[in-house]
Design a protein around this ligand. Structure first.
Ligand code: AMP
Ligand code: GLY
Length: 421
């Protein structure tokens, strides 16, 4: 089989490594991929949002199955466009990807179908948002409606900070069109859990839970990033909570999307907060999370391609999705300065062991040499019988990935470890 994977980060590298385990797979094209992915797939310089070019490439190369991994092509209708040409795909169509593409849509969906989430109000007029904030409970959370590279959420500790966030989004337009509508919502507290789930629109099969580490600095200090590391499973996500989430959140969400005529097929990501009043949805993503995928897929013992095709064909109920009863930890190496400005172009070296355990996110190949080209550069994952061992191994192996100005958090997994004790 000839596969195509749209995207070019650590998540896509992890997906490609898993897909490759299926002996039926002959070729995987990554569009655009990256310098590290080039070791595992044929990279083609077509951007993830160049939908017309992606479709033309898929047709010309007689692609048997396509996986669209990032949010923007999904929201832009990449799956719809490929399907129109008869190419089966993993990922939701645009009318379902809106569950991530518009926070107003997802909040209204949850409200309409009684799915637990933070209380909220929607504004498309700035003066109304500002006067609402005069009396809103503080802290409060201001969110841009549309996609904003994971930066469209501001936790405001004061009224003034909340108003500044509203002005930035609605007047200064720092997130472009994404911020022309805002959601202002209740500030929730509790441990966060990421649950990625396979779904064919009929049944939902949650993957092993995970915990992201979003802040740039140790002890959850500093700016929000795309994620500096992950562990799986998430110790806060007990079997009792999992059962409750299935009943109160996962199944109702699938049913709600069907009722709206927006059947979701693919990977649905539930960003959950375990509040004192039960689990609530913080956000939905219409795709695999990054770096969650870098701990979740290495634990998958069933065949990824088989599961993905079952999601497309509506046969997920009969398909096994089994995860190892082990622990995984992923440590991200980033360019110093990320998520703000940073230098790039530094040579990357890896020991053989590190290369086997490392997914490459922000790197390009130049004359055979891997050079840093992004904020998050690599993710190194270790699997072990205990969380403690997985953490220790992930750090030890990531010592074998070297480049100038490399930065990593030193406490990935520590909160999970505390929770276990
Ligand atoms: P998001 O970009 O939607 O993933 O949000 C980024 C982070 O903001 C989440 O991981 C949470 O830590 C935090 N957050 C979002 N919404 C809320 C909320 N209603 N209450 C508390 N924290 C929140
Ligand atoms: N790690 C969070 C995300 O993928 O959105």
């Amino acid at each position: 089989m000839k596969l195509l994977v749209v995207g070019g980060g650590g998540r896509e590298h992890a997906i490609i490594r898993s897909l490759k385990k299926n002996p039926q797979v002959e070729t995987i094209y990554a569009l655009p991929g990256n310098g590290g992915i080039a070791a595992d797939a044929t990279c083609v310089p077509i951007g993830a949002t160049e939908i017309d070019k992606i479709v033309a490439f898929a047709v010309e190369n007689a692609i048997d199955y396509a996986v669209v991994a990032p949010d923007d092509p999904l929201v832009l209708g990449c799956v719809d466009a490929l399907e129109e040409k008869g190419i089966p795909c993993f990922g939701p169509r645009a009318n379902a990807a809106i569950i991530e593409g518009s926070k107003v849509f997802s909040k209204n969906l949850m409200h309409k179908y009684g799915i637990p989430t933070a209380e909220y109000a929607v504004f498309d007029q700035m003066d109304e948002a500002l006067s609402y904030l005069d009396t809103a409970p503080i802290p409060t959370v201001v969110k841009a409606d549309g996609l904003a590279l994971g930066k469209g959420v501001i936790i405001a500790e004061t009224r003034e900070a909340a108003k500044t966030a509203v002005r930035d989004m609605m007047e200064a337009g720092v997130f472009g069109k994404s911020g022309s509508r805002v959601v202002i919502e209740e500030f929730l507290t509790g441990p966060e859990v990421s649950v990625l789930a396979f779904t064919d629109g009929k049944v939902v099969k949650p993957m092993v839970s995970s915990m992201d580490h979003k802040r740039a600095g140790d002890n959850d200090t500093g700016l929000n990033t795309g994620g500096m590391g992950t562990v799986a499973p998430n110790p806060y996500y007990t079997p009792e909570i999992a059962e409750r989430c299935m009943k109160e959140i996962f199944l109702p969400t699938i049913a709600a999307m069907n009722a709206e005529g927006r059947t979701f097929r693919g990977c649905l990501y539930f960003g959950l907060m375990l509040t004192p009043n039960g689990p609530k949805v913080i956000e939905y993503n219409c795709r695999f999370g990054d770096p969650e995928t870098q701990v979740v897929l290495p634990l998958l013992e069933s065949d990824l391609l088989t599961i993905m095709r079952a999601c497309t064909n509506g046969t997920l109920a009969e398909t096994e999705a089994h995860f190892a009863d082990k622990h995984a930890c992923c440590v991200i190496l980033a360019s110093k300065g990320y998520p703000q400005s940073y230098q790039k172009g530094f040579p990357i070296t890896m020991t053989e062991e590190a290369a086997q355990h490392t997914y490459v996110a922000g790197a390009k190949l130049e004359n055979g040499q891997l050079l840093t080209s992004g904020g998050r550069v690599t993710g190194t994952t270790a699997i072990a019988d205990t969380l403690e061992q997985a953490i220790r191994e992930a750090y030890r192996i990531s010592d074998g990935v070297r480049f100038e100005n490399a930065y990593r958090r030193s406490d990935i997994g520590q909160r999970a470890l505390q929770a276990l004790k």
